[in-house]
Design a protein around this ligand. Structure first.
Ligand code: SF4
Ligand code: SF4
Length: 382
């Protein structure tokens, strides 16, 4: 496995450091909005002068608390997020002035209804598909409604100028992050998938985003240089793996680390822990609300039906990252990704003629040994 850099901070460390930073933000009078999904139009929150914070739970610790109210047979991401909220173990939830959720999967949208009793929660109604003409108008109306809600809550007027500024800044950030993700295209890769994933997920706890962008930009340059000087042209027998499916925050060690410790390189992520939301920039030349509507409607999550963009992305990523095998991660009880996995498997094995492995798991450590065995058997087959 590639060595982690000396100044590497693990996810939990970054999360803990973020606690003090969010407290400092509140002391400066800055509003905080808790969010859960790649469909949230963050530019609207920034334009309202507030800071968005991701509240998706990645730990099994608060799940028993959540199970006092929610069914056991529910996605661990939802239970973990809810458990953190009700047990008051998450300072990010505590310091959030309001929450914004979307009607994505059934579990999440019903969980938001209950969360509303703890914290004001605005739920955006997401269209179920992208191909109907009225989907755009429906989603645009939801963005305009969110704009009104933020204006009222934070007593601000969000102008087009403020939105354009937020769009520009976020686009700049997307380009830098995408450049970092695309280090995985280099062969052999100069960075482990574990580091890519950790650095980018920990970004959610860095509130000075521009400073953090500069750090990532420098790290990207450093690694490109390392590739040119030390790695270019060298052959390796480590298979190149793409991970697809559900968000990976809660199973990072169990899946990504195991794959890399078992002799393969995770070079690409087709999921919300990857460049899913970063690949399309927001159009800076048209009306800002129209541009944001178009951008966020196009996120290719399995909650959309049909979901052709996911297959287009998989197709191009598998070629561009020279993928030898695909591992799909399904969080337990995530029905949309679980059902769509049938088509993903056929796409990967029949159209792309590459091996495919599906892992259904949760945040517990109970299946660590079994996952290890299955990953090793899969890699031997490649
Ligand atoms: S997987 Fe889908 S529902 Fe979950 S965070 Fe990503 S876009 Fe949202
Ligand atoms: S992983 Fe699946 S079930 Fe869990 S929150 Fe995301 S879309 Fe919903």
């Amino acid at each position: 496995m590639l060595k982690l850099p000396e100044n590497f901070r693990d996810y939990e460390e970054a999360r803990r450091e973020g606690f003090l930073k969010v407290k400092a933000l509140k002391e400066q009078g800055i509003n905080v909005v808790g969010i859960f999904c790649a469909y949230t139009p963050m530019e609207l929150i920034y334009a309202a002068g507030a800071v968005p914070i991701g509240l998706c739970g990645t730990s099994e610790e608060p799940i028993p608390d959540a199970e006092m109210h929610l069914p056991k047979n529910l996605c661990p991401l939802i239970k973990s997020s809810y458990g953190f909220a009700i047990s008051e173990k998450c300072p990010y939830f505590y310091f959030s002035d309001m929450l914004v959720g979307e009607t994505t999967c059934d579990g999440k949208k019903k969980m938001y209804e209950i969360l509303n009793e703890l914290k004001p929660t605005h739920i955006m109604h997401l269209p179920q598909g992208q191909d109907k003409e009225h989907a755009f108008d429906y989603w645009k109306a939801e963005l305009l409604r969110l704009k009104e809600v933020l204006e009222e809550k934070f007593n601000v007027k969000i102008t087009d100028e403020m939105l354009r500024k937020a769009i520009k800044e976020r686009n700049y950030e997307r380009k830098i992050l995408l450049d970092f993700y695309e280090l995985g295209k280099l062969d052999p890769p100069p960075i482990s998938g574990y580091e890519i994933n950790t650095v980018l997920e920990a970004l959610g706890f860095q509130f000075d985003r521009m400073k953090q962008c500069e750090f990532i930009k420098e790290r990207t340059e450093e690694l490109k240089e390392k590739y040119e000087k030390e790695l270019k042209g060298k052959k390796t027998n480590r298979p190149r793996i793409l991970i697809t499916g559900c968000p990976l925050g809660g199973v990072r060690d169990k899946v990504i680390k195991t794959i890399e410790d078992s002799g393969a390189d995770v070079v690409a992520f087709e999921c919300c822990s990857g460049p899913r939301e970063k690949m399309d920039l927001v159009d800076e030349t048209i009306d800002p609300i129209d541009a944001l509507t178009e951008k966020y409607l196009n996120v290719s999550c399995s909650v959309m039906t049909p979901n052709p963009r996911r297959f287009k992305t998989l197709d191009s990523m598998m070629d561009e990252y020279k993928i030898d095998g695909v591992i799909e991660v399904i969080l337990q009880a995530c029905h949309t990704f679980n059902v769509e996995a049938y088509n993903v498997k056929r796409f990967v094995t029949e159209k792309k003629e590459k091996p495919y492995l599906e892992i259904e798991t949760d945040y517990s450590k109970l299946d660590v040994g079994q996952i290890n065995t299955r990953i090793n058997a899969f890699l031997e087959m490649i």
